[in-house]
Write a protein that binds this ligand. Structure first.
Ligand code: AMP
Ligand code: ZN
Length: 472
C-alpha cells in the first residue's frame, strides 16, 4: 500500500484514490516568463517520479498541468506587475512570444531530464470562458464581490480558510512580501483577485471581454478551472513546490470548494526547495541556474536528476557544484555497473528473483516515494547472485520510474532544438544592442547586456566583434 505525506493533514497516510485503480493528478505548471531554473525542475522531477511510481504500481493515471501565461503577479499579493508582461518588456517581445519561447524551453529541459509530459497540458489563455464561468458562479453564491475595478474572492465567507495543517496567520504571512502596498479595495486582508479590469493595468497586453469589463484573470483561478475541466470535481493528488502552499494552493481550495460545494482534492504533495548558499533559488531573485548552463559546463542533465533522487522530496536540498560532482561520480559508476550486466553471458531470467526485487523496489517507493531507498535496490540487484538476464530485466524495469537511462550506452543526450533557439535569441539581443549603441541609446544597450547576464549569458566586445558565453 502506497503511503504518502499529505500536507492537508501533515501526516503520512495510506493512499486511497476516489475510484479504485485510477488516479487523477494535477501539477501546477511553470510561469513561462523566464527559463525554468533547476529548483523548479527539482519539483517537476519529483512529481514525475510520483506519477511514474503510481503507474508502476498499476494505477491508471491521468495527469494534467497548466502553463501560466497570464495573470501571475510579480508578488504574491494582488498588487505588482504581471510576470508575463514584465518578461515581455524586459525582452522587447510580445507576451505571446515570451510564452511560446519559454514554454518550448521548459519542455526541452524536461526532455533532457527524462520528465514525461503530462497527459494534458493547457495554457491559462486557452480557458478564459471557463474562468469567467467559475467567477460568475462564485458571485452568484456570494463568495465573491466587485470592488473598485476588480472582482475579489471573499475569504470571510469561509468556515475554514487556512486548511493546510491550520497554520496560523502570522506563519503564513511570513512567506508574503511586505514591501507591496495593500490593495484598498479588498474587504479582508486575505481576499484575492479573481478578475482584474483594465483600469488597474492599463498596459496589460492580453485582455478579454468579461461581464465586469475588459480585463484578465487573477493567478489562482486557472488551476481550479483547468483541473476541473479535465479531471472533474474530484481530484486525488495535487502537486507543487512548498512555496505554492500559501497563498496559491490555499486560494485554489477556497475558490474550488466554494464553487463545487464539496471537498475537492484529497492529497497534497509538496516538494521542498532547492537552495544554494544564498538561499532559495528563485527567478525573481536572479540566482538561477538552468539546464542549459549545466550542459554548457559539461554536465549530463541526468546527473542532476540522479542528484535529486538521492535525497527525499520532503527535505530541502542544497545545490553546489561540489555536491553535483559527487553525484556525477556515483552516477557514472552506477551506470557502468548496470551496463556490465547487459554484457557477457546472459543466462535465463529468474522470475522468482524478479518478483523479489520488484517487491523491494515498490516497497521503497511506497514509503512516501523514498527514491534513495529505491536506488539502493538497484545497487542490490547489481550485487545479487543471479543471472545477467535477470539483472538487466530488473534494471530496465526500475528505470521506467527512475528515468536515469541506466542501460543506454551513450549518455550524450543532445537537445539541439533549444540550443538553436538560445543561439538565435542571443544573436537577436546582440543585434538589438548594436542598434541601440549606434543610436547612442546606451541605457538600452546596458539593459540588454544586464538582461543577458541575468540569464547567465555573458557578452564581450572584442576586435572581431561581439562574442558570448554562458557564465561558469
Ligand atoms: P513557477 O514557474 O515560479 O510558477 O514555479 C514552478 C514550480 O517550481 C512550482 O511548483 C514552484 O513551487 C516550484 N519551485 C519554485 N522555486 C523552487 C525551488 N527553489 N526549488 C524547488 N521548487 C521550486
Ligand atoms: Zn496552480
Amino acid at each position: 500500500m502506497l503511503k504518502i505525506y499529505n500536507t492537508l493533514t501533515r501526516k503520512v497516510e495510506d493512499f486511497v484514490p476516489n475510484v479504485e485503480g485510477k488516479v487523477n493528478m494535477y501539477t501546477c505548471g511553470p510561469t513561462v516568463y523566464h527559463f525554468a531554473h533547476i529548483g523548479n525542475l527539482r519539483s517537476y522531477i519529483c512529481e514525475d517520479v510520483l506519477e511514474k511510481s503510481l503507474r508502476y504500481m498499476g494505477y491508471d493515471v491521468k495527469r494534467v498541468m497548466n502553463i501560466t501565461d497570464v495573470g501571475h503577479l510579480s508578488s504574491d499579493a494582488d498588487t505588482g506587475e504581471d510576470k508575463m508582461l514584465k518578461g515581455a518588456k524586459r525582452e522587447n517581445k510580445t507576451v505571446m512570444e515570451i510564452a511560446d519561447f519559454y514554454t518550448k524551453a521548459f519542455f526541452a529541459d524536461c526532455a533532457a531530464l527524462n520528465i514525461k509530459t503530462p497527459d494534458v497540458v493547457e495554457p491559462a489563455t486557452n480557458c478564459i470562458p471557463e474562468f469567467i464561468k467559475m467567477i460568475e458562479g462564485l458571485l452568484e453564491k456570494g463568495y465573491a464581490y466587485k470592488s473598485g475595478p476588480n472582482i475579489y474572492f471573499d475569504t470571510s465567507k469561509l468556515k475554514e480558510y487556512y486548511v493546510f495543517g491550520n497554520q496560523n496567520e502570522d506563519e503564513l504571512i511570513v512567506g508574503v512580501r511586505d514591501d507591496v502596498e495593500e490593495d484598498k479595495n479588498k474587504r479582508n486582508k486575505n481576499d484575492f483577485v479573481l478578475w482584474f479590469t483594465q483600469s488597474k493595468f492599463e498596459d496589460q497586453a492580453l485582455k478579454w471581454d468579461s461581464p465586469w469589463g475588459v480585463g484578465y484573470p487573477g493567478w489562482h483561478i486557472e488551476c481550479s478551472c483547468i483541473s476541473m475541466k479535465h479531471l472533474g470535481e474530484y481530484m486525488d493528488i495535487h502537486c507543487g513546490g512548498v512555496d505554492n502552499i500559501f497563498p496559491h494552493h490555499t486560494n485554489e481550495i477556497a475558490q474550488s470548494e466554494s464553487y463545487i460545494g464539496h471537498k475537492w482534492c484529497n492529497y497534497w504533495f509538496h516538494v521542498h526547495h532547492l537552495n544554494d548558499r544564498s538561499g532559495k533559488m528563485s527567478k525573481s531573485k536572479g540566482n538561477i541556474l538552468t539546464v542549459t548552463v549545466l550542459k554548457e559546463n559539461g554536465y549530463n542533465p541526468l546527473t542532476y536528476r540522479f542528484f535529486c533522487l538521492q535525497s527525499h522530496y520532503r527535505k530541502p536540498l542544497e545545490f553546489s557544484y561540489e555536491a553535483l560532482d559527487n553525484a556525477v561520480t556515483a552516477y557514472d559508476k552506477l551506470k557502468k555497473s548496470a551496463l556490465r550486466c547487459t554484457q557477457g553471458e546472459q543466462g535465463a531470467v529468474d522470475e522468482a528473483v524478479v518478483k523479489e526485487y520488484k517487491d523491494k523496489f515498490i516497497a521503497a517507493l511506497s514509503s512516501d516515494i523514498n527514491t534513495s531507498s529505491a536506488l539502493t535496490v538497484v545497487y542490490d540487484v547489481i550485487k545479487a547472485d543471479c543471472s545477467n538476464a535477470t539483472k538487466t530485466e530488473l534494471i530496465n524495469s526500475f528505470d521506467s520510474v527512475l528515468g536515469l537511462d541506466l542501460l543506454k550506452p551513450e549518455e550524450e543526450k543532445e537537445n539541439e532544438a533549444i540550443d538553436e533557439e538560445l543561439k538565435a535569441y542571443v544573436e537577436d539581443m546582440i543585434a538589438k544592442r548594436a542598434e541601440a549603441k549606434k543610436a547612442k541609446d546606451f541605457a538600452t544597450a546596458d539593459s540588454i547586456r544586464n538582461e543577458l547576464a541575468s540569464k547567465g549569458i555573458i557578452i564581450k566586445d572584442t576586435r572581431e566583434g561581439v562574442v558570448w558565453e554562458l557564465s561558469k
